[in-house]
Design a protein around this ligand. Structure first.
Ligand code: SAM
Length: 488
């Protein structure tokens, strides 16, 4: 495909941001104007590439509950109609960052040339980026993950470069940075409670379900690993950029910004084939405006990315309307970020949904402590049925049924037949339901106790408390549903 055929249909009118449910205090009014201006600048920047397209029927609306989102502002959006298309030159990913670095470092092979003369025109010979990006060599840059390269690049372009603002040196990406979420928007992410040394939320962290805590620890490990990989580059920049003998930025401040940027990327990355990278975790891109789309739990209903091969030159990221057409004025356009439970959404994005059919309980820790007999444990390990024991609203996982069948029958041979499908769950009744019912009663007691404890944590942020309570409400709904159907 030789570029996109979409034209910019946007009028050159001031971009109209509607703010809902925000009341009328002066701070909120200020934000409203500020965000409106920032959106105008963003649109102007995107529209300066004639391959950008935004449906004129769509507007940005900001609400207290979910921040900015896209809404229908006029007429309709039909099934499979294109809603937004953002050219590669306005996306941040491993590929586009390499191209930009290559403008300042001739040793970095530029993968396919610079896009726009407007970008190269911005380069000034006194630009500090000649020094900053001069420290990179091809091998070490290529070894960085997409996450690491983007974090490092955004740190320089957005945070460190702002130091040279007075000489008019502003990043090409500044219009995109302007609309990045604020750090406080991520305050409900449990990993943040772990990383902030003075977090008031450590007690709340201890009240989280174990699976949610484990997820937060996994993110913390990844994040700390990335920080250590980036540290040598940051130390070199500290030596290069000094003022009155001191570095223009400190590592403590930079770590705070690193955390902020890490969660910006994590909550806004979209799958995209990146030719330089083979690992699935590296295949993502950040797409301005598309990243205003909020999440809905329904898969294959709302807006969807139209898959384009990265191998095609200058391919765009396109969002089109899914099977659900938008006809009701002001209704929100959604994207599905994946089939994610509230535990996952809270850890990766910092929000939860009141109703979420993807919720499930991980009961591994509760059930494994019931398997006291070594023979049974060895059997489950040998059959690869040890761990990963879950309960969703619709069903109890087969892995859990196998473990409970063993606890109920204490008959390894019979359970083997169950695993092989020769006999069914009924062969273990009423013992199986008795064990399950007892387990569910104990889980219910734990949830009720946790919810009561959480309500007493008055020092925590209300929204964070509410989100944790919503996770437990989701659990309760699942437990009660099965308690009724598993009554022995
Ligand atoms: C890709 S961004 C979407 C745009 C975002 N609302 C904004 O203001 O920039 C993802 C973030 O939006 C928020 N979000 C997305 N879907 C949501 C939903 N259904 N309910 C509440 N917040 C949501 C979360 O803060 C999440 O980290």
């Amino acid at each position: 495909m030789s570029g996109l055929l979409y034209q910019l249909l946007l009028n050159c009118q001031k971009f109209d941001i509607l703010v809902e449910n925000l009341g009328t205090t002066s701070l909120q009014t200020y934000n409203r104007f500020e965000m409106g201006d920032k959106l105008d600048v963003l649109i102007e920047w995107l529209a300066s590439s004639n391959e950008f397209y935004l449906s004129e029927n769509v507007t940005v609306v900001e609400t207290k509950g979910s921040g900015r989102g896209l809404r229908l502002r006029s007429r309709e959006i039909k099934c499979h109609q294109a809603v937004i298309s953002v050219p590669e030159s306005r996306q941040l990913n491993f590929h586009t960052v390499l191209k930009h670095l290559a403008m300042f470092n001739k040793h970095l092979k530029d993968m396919g040339g610079i896009y726009d003369s407007e970008v190269t025109d911005l380069v000034d010979h006194d630009d500090p980026r000649f020094m900053a990006y001069g420290i990179f060599d091809q091998d070490s840059v290529m070894k960085l993950t997409s996450f690491q390269l983007l974090t490092l690049y955004i740190l320089f372009e957005w945070v460190i470069l702002s130091h040279w603002n007075f000489r008019g040196i502003v990043s090409f990406w500044q219009p995109f940075f302007n609309v990045f979420p604020e750090d406080g928007d991520f305050r409900s992410i449990p990993c943040r409670w772990l990383c902030d040394s003075d977090s008031q939320h450590r007690t709340l962290f201890n009240k989280l379900p174990k699976a949610t805590q484990d997820h937060a620890f996994r993110i913390k490990t990844l994040l700390e690993n990335d920080w250590h990989v980036l540290l040598p580059y940051l130390l070199k920049w500290q030596k290069l950029f000094t003022e009155n003998g001191s570095p223009v930025f400190t590592l403590d401040e930079t770590y705070e910004r690193f955390l902020h940027i890490y969660f910006i990327i994590n909550s806004r990355c979209l799958y995209m084939d990146i030719s330089e990278k083979s690992d699935a975790a590296d295949k993502f891109t950040m797409v301005p405006f598309v990243d205003f789309l909020n999440h809905a739990p329904e898969v294959n209903k709302f807006c969807q990315p139209r898959q384009n091969s990265r191998k095609l030159k200058n391919s765009a990221f396109i969002i089109e309307c899914g099977p659900y057409a938008y006809r009701n004025l002001h209704e929100e356009l959604f994207l599905n970020y994946g089939a994610h439970s509230n535990d996952f959404l809270m850890n990766e994005y910092g929000f939860v949904l009141k109703e979420n059919n993807w919720n499930y309980l991980d009961v591994t820790a509760d059930v494994e402590t019931l398997v006291i007999d070594k023979e049974y444990k060895d059997f489950l390990i040998e059959k690869d049925y040890w761990g990963d024991l879950t309960i969703a609203f619709e069903f109890i996982s087969f892995r859990l049924l196998v473990t409970v069948a063993l606890l109920a029958s204490k008959d390894v041979r019979k359970v083997e037949k169950f695993i092989l499908g020769f006999i069914g769950e009924d062969s273990f009744q009423p013992g199986l339901n008795a064990v399950l019912h007892q387990l569910l009663c104990s889980l219910n007691e734990q949830v009720v106790k946790k919810r009561e404890d959480i309500k007493t944590l008055s020092q925590c942020d209300e929204w964070c408390l509410e989100n944790v309570l919503t996770i437990y409400q989701g659990y309760e709904k699942i437990i009660i549903h099965h308690l009724e159907s598993r009554r022995p």
